[in-house]
Design a binder for this molecule. Structure first.
Ligand code: CP3
Length: 346
């Protein structure tokens, strides 16, 4: 068996499989005890930049959780770094020393240096050398919108990014310029990840819900189409995660993505009726359900059984990434439940 026959890649091709595939957003790091032990010795940056350690963390969830795919251990904020911004990762979350809102014409401060991303391709090469051949590798980057918010605001703590949003409304033309700069470099980054052998690509737009959909449609969706087209040119499945987009799901078409990752706000069955029939669905377990008891989580998971039995094009995942502190056993329970459930119809 090669990784092309893996349950994830078959599902992405809409082929029949005996059960849904499962992986988790933010599965690499965060809740894994072996990762937390490494964090005692190294900073996040050190781990991400060292191919041996980054490959080790990338592959940890395969053994420690039993998931069907690995996702590259890196971060969406490597793009602002490669555009010349100075980034730190204290425990409180990412922090830029000079947020773009402190400048009148921030686009002039940015200058793309794609060579600053090369260490990540060394990480991908190392992962592929180490992983067993039937495990697919997922590559990713942030959507230009979520990345823009961090670049403008400069830090993560104000999670609704009030100053960044104000900047966008006050400086639409400059915003469009920055979005273009981010997109150009991110597409080049995606292309290189594909050339180095990733099997699926996911675009994370964690903060998509912070704009009215019409504005999101004007500023961001045309760029998402560019990613999707580029991925399609190389036959790489493309998954889009526009978190909090709500009724906007109705406007997402196969032009934007092969699969859409649905957030925990939207019931899967409702997402199914809103999304174009040719788009597959990934999601949307509420990660906070992992705080509940084994029995409560089991009952919650059972509500997914009908959907998974009926829909061949479903990838089991979370409706947003794991938060630090969630219990490992509950994550393992989800994978075990997927593997032990009878998915035949009837
Ligand atoms: O999914 C994975 O595990 C693969 C690697 C990955 C990381 N970040 C590693 C990371 C991925 C896919 C991301 C994406 C990411 N990063 C997003 C989009 C997806 C989402 O879940 O919202 C965003 C918004 C970021 C920005 C970011 N990076 C934040 C807000 C934080 C700090 C808060 C937190 O969640 O821990 C980070 C740091 C970060 N990125 C860590 C990891 C493992 C934690 C670093 C540590 O352990 O100290």
């Amino acid at each position: 068996m090669t990784h092309k026959d893996s349950i994830l890649l078959k599902t992405l091709r809409k082929e029949h499989t005996s059960r849904p595939p499962v992986w988790f957003m933010r599965q690499a790091g965060r809740i894994l005890p072996r990762y937390l032990a490494l964090k005692e010795k190294y900073t996040f940056r050190e781990m991400m930049e060292n191919p041996k350690i980054a490959a080790e963390v990338t592959l940890m969830p395969i053994t420690d959780l039993g998931v069907d795919a690995a996702i590259l251990f890196s971060d969406i904020l490597v793009i602002p770094q490669a555009l010349g911004m100075d980034l730190h990762f204290p425990d409180s979350g990412p922090l830029f020393s000079t947020p773009l809102i402190s400048s009148k014409k921030p686009s002039q401060l940015l200058s793309a240096d794609a060579s600053k991303l090369e260490y990540i391709y060394a990480v991908i090469d190392e992962i592929i050398a180490q992983k067993s051949s039937h495990i697919p590798l997922i590559g990713f980057c942030g959507s230009p919108f979520t990345v823009l918010l961090y670049m403008l605001q400069g830090l993560h703590r104000k999670s609704d990014f009030p100053d960044a949003i104000q900047f966008i409304y006050q400086n639409k033309r400059e915003t469009k310029k920055i979005v273009e700069i981010i997109t150009e470099l991110s597409i080049e980054y995606m292309r290189a990840q594909i050339a180095h052998g990733i099997d699926m690509f996911q675009l994370f737009d964690t903060h998509a819900g912070l704009l009215p959909f019409e504005l999101y449609q004007e500023l961001i969706l045309p760029h998402v189409t560019r990613f999707a087209q580029e991925a399609r040119n190389t036959h790489t499945p493309f998954v889009f995660f526009p978190k909090g987009i709500g009724l906007g799901f109705q406007q997402i078409t196969p032009e934007h993505a092969d699969f859409v990752s649905v957030d925990w706000q939207t019931p899967l069955s409702l997402a199914r009726t809103m999304l174009h029939a040719d788009i597959g669905i990934q999601g949307n377990i509420d990660p906070r359900m992992l705080y509940s008891s084994e029995l409560e989580l089991h009952e919650y998971l059972e509500t997914y059984k009908q959907f998974g039995t009926k829909h061949n094009d479903w990838i089991c995942n979370l409706g947003h990434g794991f938060m630090p502190g969630l219990p490992l056993e509950r994550a393992q329970q989800i994978v075990q439940w997927i593997k032990n459930t009878d998915w035949t119809e009837g």
